[in-house]
Design a binder for this molecule. Structure first.
Ligand SMILES: Cc1cc2nc3c(=O)[nH]c(=O)nc-3n(C[C@H](O)[C@H](O)[C@H](O)COP(=O)(O)OP(=O)(O)OC[C@H]3O[C@@H](n4cnc5c(N)ncnc54)[C@H](O)[C@@H]3O)c2cc1C
Length: 392
């Protein structure tokens, strides 16, 4: 076994940490307060090469692996959940399906400008009545009666990250295109460009967390798209979406790890500086033991996540481990941000203290890209609890 990170991975950590400390930290509080998406920071992340980090250079990417990607997300999330959300959603959910399932023309058309930070791409799976139950999709696509090379999409999506920012180029959308033999719904994914007639995006406001990240509702009113916009094969939609989520979970897990580490770093610093009863509060056993527990859980979370990313990079089955990592790191983050606020006392509840934002931003990690309950369900299926052959 070799626990040494590669030279590239160490360099990524160093450069992204510097960027997050110097460029993101000074803006994070204001962006959160004003609920503002930052085109400027998005472009800067692109200039650093953080979009398309696992995409080959041929399409404008950096050609590294998931370990390097995970480390980049972790370092951004250590400082700011919102920018980490932009980064993770764009790579895993935006660029990922285009790269893994797009044909050459689609890759050449879309991926290069998505790797530079010039443009973003959304992933539209969730609907008002289809959240955890992704098979409950109601958005439909039917073959156009007058033009059999085109489709007409009707329906809506909700909670779609990066889908209505000023630089969004479009979204991948899951639709129902009919029934398969046996009566099961047939799902198909389409690429829908911003500005297509009948396609409207509406930014969602008043979020508790990720307030500097763009979240949108999508509406499709007789939206006509051509066959060229079909991602993968007709009927492959569900597989594409689930495969995308398996990889996406690694990046949500990285956000949990980063948030936990960020909260720990703030708490340790504060505990060493804050004097009560003439001593730093870090010297009280109640505080020191909290910090020890946090450090142990962060170490365990990092090992679990990096192993899952290593499995992915080495072409091995990583799906059970990615669900485990997503579940565990998001719950470790929950406990760490909670302890970090406790260590900050009353100041931890004030918005001028960074830990307050980390506390809010963490909460979505146990919900987005499959809730903790759904992760337990996925893991239980892999364990064989439900005798469900399709998960094995
Ligand atoms: C900020 C944000 C960004 C997001 N970005 C995207 C995005 O880019 N693209 C996208 O497609 N979606 C996105 N989502 C949607 C997200 O993936 C869903 O919110 C999530 O999957 C849960 O669905 P839901 O909110 O409808 O909750 P529901 O599915 O209604 O779940 C409600 C509760 O019921 C529980 N529950 C449901 N079914 C079961 C079951 N079988 N067993 C046990 N418990 C169950 C859940 O665990 C949860 O506690 C985003 C969400 C947020 C908040």
């Amino acid at each position: 076994m070799n626990f040494e990170l590669s030279e590239e991975a160490r360099m990524i950590r160093e450069s992204v940490r510097k960027f997050a400390e110097e460029e993101i930290r000074p803006l994070a509080h204001d962006l959160d307060k004003k609920e503002e998406f930052s085109v400027e920071l998005t472009k800067k992340m692109g200039e650093l090469g953080l979009f398309g980090i696992f995409i080959p250079e041929k399409y404008g990417g950096v050609g590294l692996g998931y370990i390097e990607y995970i480390i980049a997300v972790e370092e951004i999330a250590r400082i700011d959940g919102s920018q980490a959300a932009t980064l993770a959603a764009h790579n895993s959910l935006g660029v990922g399906p285009l790269y893994y399932y797009g044909n050459d023309l689609q890759k050449e058309k879309y991926i290069p400008s998505l790797c530079t930070g010039e443009n973003l791409w959304g992933f539209g799976l969730t609907e008002p009545d289809a959240g955890s139950d992704a098979g409950g999709t109601r958005t439909t696509a039917i073959l156009c009666p007058e033009d059999e090379n085109s489709w007409i999409i009707n329906g809506s999506k909700i909670f779609i990250t990066n889908a209505s920012s000023p630089i969004t180029l479009g979204s991948t959308v899951q639709t129902v295109t009919g029934k398969k033999a046996g009566g099961k719904k047939e799902y198909t994914c389409f690429l829908v460009d911003t500005g297509t007639e009948g396609f409207e995006t509406r930014t969602m406001h008043d979020k508790m967390m990720w307030r500097g990240s763009n979240t949108a509702e999508l509406f499709f009113d007789d939206v006509k798209v051509s066959d060229n916009n079909l991602l993968g094969e007709r009927g492959d939609g569900f597989h594409i979406m689930l495969d995308t989520l398996d990889r996406g979970r690694l990046s949500i897990a990285a956000m949990g790890l980063g948030a936990a580490q960020g909260a720990f770093d703030l708490a340790l610093k504060y505990a060493r500086e804050r004097i009560q009863f003439n001593k730093p509060i870090s010297t009280f056993q109640g505080t020191a033991f909290k910090l020890s527990d946090m450090a142990v859980e962060i170490e365990a979370a990092r090992n679990l996540l990096y192993k899952a990313a290593w499995l992915c990079d080495n072409g091995k089955d990583f799906k059970k481990e990615s669900a485990m990592a997503k579940l565990y790191t998001s719950e470790v983050a929950h406990r760490c941000v909670n302890n970090a606020v406790q260590i900050h006392g009353g100041y931890g509840l004030m918005k001028e203290y960074e830990v307050e934002r980390l506390y809010r931003d963490q909460r979505v990690l146990e919900i987005g890209e499959g809730t903790s309950e759904i992760q337990r369900l996925v893991i239980a299926r892999y364990l064989g609890c439900y005798d469900d052959a399709k998960m094995k």
